[in-house]
Design a binder for this molecule. Sequence first.
Ligand SMILES: Cc1ncc(Cc2c([C@H](C)O)sc(CCOP(=O)(O)OP(=O)(O)O)c2C)c(N)n1
Ligand SMILES: [Mg+2]
Length: 555
Amino acid sequence: MNLTEALLHALKERGAKEVYGIPGDFALPYFKIIESTGILPLVTLSHEPAVGFAADASARFRGGLGVAAVTYGAGALNMVNAIAQAYAEKSPVVVISGAPGTHEGGHGLLLHHQAKHLDSQYRMYKEVTCDQAVLDDPATAPETIARVLQSCIEHSRPVYLEIPRDLPAAPCAPVPAFAASGTDADAVDACARDVLQRVQSAALPMMMVGVEVRRYGIEDKVALLAERLGVPVVTSFMGRGLLASASCLEGTYLGMAGDETLSEAVESSDGLLLLGVIMSDTNFGVSGSQLDRRRVMHAEDRQVRVGYHVYHDIPLGALVDRLLALLDDGQEADMALSGCGGSSDDRALQGAGLAVNPRGFMADAADITPTDIAALLNDFFASHGAMPVASDIGDCLFTMLSVDAIPMVAPGYYASMGFGVPAGMGLQITTKERSLILVGDGAFQMTGMELGNCTRLGIDPIVLVFNNSSWEMLHVFQPETAYSNLGEWDFAAVADGLGGRGHRAATRAELARALTQAHAERGRFQLIDARLAPHSLSPTLARFVEGVRRFSSGQ
Ligand SMILES: Cc1ncc(Cc2c([C@H](C)O)sc(CCOP(=O)(O)OP(=O)(O)O)c2C)c(N)n1
Ligand SMILES: [Mg+2]
């Protein structure tokens, strides 16, 4: 076995399904082994940001490792933003980069693709990964790879591996099997009892679930815990879609941009249990009031903050398991309040945040608004079933908050544009199910050309472009400027040129017809260019903008 094969087998054993990548001369030796061995399928794309976005989306959706393979310098540095997003949003992506050979740096010449120093790239990736290594010694490579991949899995963050180009075929022992880090059972038990006691003694306990619940594959256990605790549950903005079937689910917390009753219940709770929630401005930025730390229990990043106490090295899964075990032991049995409504005071919450999403799309000659698209998608999913969904940022993502909870990936916190199209392509590749991509016209201009790879890759996603000819999210905050106007782009014609089928829709009737036709045709990607009414916003974005304005003016 050689070093590259050892790495590929280790990735596959740990759940990776494919390698996304773009080679270069520093990467040719290891790419050749990826292709010739077929241990993992190689999926090449056209621009490295897309490689990072596709690997990230595959990892998030499956709850397993994503793999992004690039060349040194121009390739790897082109992908830094996508990996920064994966880091911020806790997506377990393994970055593999080619590099100059172990003896190439000593001739006193600057090497092509070199930025400042030969290790500048390594240092830049240290800022957006949780572990890193240069595999420059085949003797230690197996243990090093095992350590780095363990960090990726246990911290659910990207990692970085660099392979000098003279070593990919070097003989190498297999990588040791994954062995989870041990946890201190007593510490987990003490933490769980502390949390239970606080939840039980609260008059208005609530639970909020976030992205780590999906990253660590414990959604079912958390849904069971919510049922057993009998407390109302909300998702964070980024956690949208979690616990979709749990009877305790009340909706998505959006602060001043969301349902007032639900926001008030979260912000006034005297026992708020946050499981796997990233404490970011997009999750809490437009909160009506700052959360009272004394009344919050926050489990994230292998730490649990209970008031001002901190329990260290407590994996989220271990905490949830212990909480369930304590409840099974009959302890705190009385804390399982009747039903999911918690105390009688919470009954007002019953479904408050589950605002009925728009349905009954009207296929007439009226202009198209984001709310119309939400209604059309709710009708469509109700009759055809859910599809894997990838959304870019922009109003398409806010519109998704009015679509019934379905499995989706979107960069709700780091919010890099360009994610949607490559992410949706990655979803179909990794799930083998046709995906739906929601993307604004501005974001489509960044990575939409990747669709030209669909025919070669054998995928046929449906792409819905929210075409308002504008960077509208910026325009709503700064209406007095003109630079957000993007002018007229004919995205349907672009689709035809890239091997797909373009559909142009300027009315609701044309939109309904386009979606029906797109769904009916398989074997080529479909692009629906939905021409939106000028400056039309989704209700959620409108409330978000109003919330930010009130928040920043101190109202
Ligand atoms: C890579 C990248 N560049 C710039 C931005 C800033 C930015 C936004 C965020 C706030 O930072 S929202 C936005 C406009 C998005 O336009 P479009 O995709 O057409 O969507 P919509 O018209 O629905 O707004 C930009 C440029 C970004 N988020 N990501
Ligand atoms: Mg736009």
